[in-house]
Design a protein around this ligand. Structure first.
Ligand SMILES: N[C@@H](CCC(=O)N[C@@H](CS)C(=O)NCC(=O)O)C(=O)O
Length: 258
């Protein structure tokens, strides 16, 4: 129990260190028809910046985790991109293939946000001076979780995770999915209005919680009676789970082989 509290506490510190970027999501409701594939590593600064942008644009992506020493998606990555550099995206809607956070964010904000990349993702002062320091602090706080591959069983079908990038409870789950090289559909439920702010059950509003009309949050609420992330769906075992601690135990039990 204490270990899990420390896990969430340090994850909250990481969200603070990264300025809570990747918390809010646009109110745009229509989603692209086809998948956007993102090859990434949870504990990687460039990949994190891309995921922050993806949350802000309210997009969903199919994640192929490529931790250090991981082999499961290396061949697929090399075949699609001609390189093993991360992050890499392949947008099936447009056929676009891009490597690196600058190119990816420029493309995603222009294609799906019809705007330039917000300054918070391109700040030279932050990138040049503070980013390396912040990254070392994050790696230390998170004890390098989400960086290196661990032995695991390969699932037949990808999993689904509801999350948003800065969510302190969701980060440990994404780290675990990455270490175990489990592919998953990442559905972002970023905060779209004031009423969405606050932990589940303690939102900063009075009266019944009403998500933005037509949003993914509204669809989630009508299906599950509450909006809370992380939420994991594993079609391989017909499992649906709330709560970070339960999800971590489930993933360890079901997929870790050492
Ligand atoms: N006990 C839950 C707590 C989850 C939780 O409070 N998650 C926050 C995000 S970090 C949430 O869902 N907030 C409500 C919202 O985003 O609408 C767990 O361990 O997963």
């Amino acid at each position: 129990m204490l270990e899990h509290i420390a896990n969430i506490y340090t994850s909250t510190l990481v969200s603070t260190l990264t300025g809570w970027k990747g918390t809010s999501g646009s109110r745009k409701t229509e989603l692209p028809e086809q998948e956007i594939l993102l090859f990434d590593r949870e504990l990687c600064s460039e990949c994190r910046t891309v995921r922050q942008g993806v949350t802000e644009l309210n997009l969903d992506v199919m994640i192929y985790p490529c931790p250090e020493e991981g082999t499961r998606f290396k061949g697929m990555l090399e075949e699609l991109s001609g390189s093993t550099q991360l992050p890499f995206i392949f947008d099936k809607n447009t056929g676009k293939k891009l490597i690196g956070k600058e190119a990816i964010l420029e493309y995603l904000f222009s294609e799906y946000g019809q705007k330039d990349v917000p300054a918070k993702y391109t700040s030279q002062t932050f990138n040049g001076i503070f980013e390396p320091l912040v990254e070392v602090s994050i790696e230390t706080l998170r004890l390098n979780k989400g960086k290196k591959a661990k032995p695991s069983k390969e699932p037949e079908q990808p999993l689904t995770l509801y999350s948003f990038e800065s969510s302190p409870f969701s980060r440990p789950v994404r780290e675990k999915l990455c270490e175990l090289e489990l592919p998953y559909k990442l559905i972002n439920l970023g905060k779209q209005q004031r009423a969405d702010i606050g932990p589940a059950g303690m939102r900063l509003h009075t009266g019944p919680y009403k998500p933005v009309k037509g949003s993914k949050r509204e669809a989630f609420l009508s299906k599950y009676n509450e909006v809370m992330v992380p939420f994991l769906i594993d079609p391989n075992t017909q499992t649906e789970l709330f709560h970070s601690k339960k999800i971590l135990s489930y993933l360890n039990r079901e997929y870790a082989t050492k």
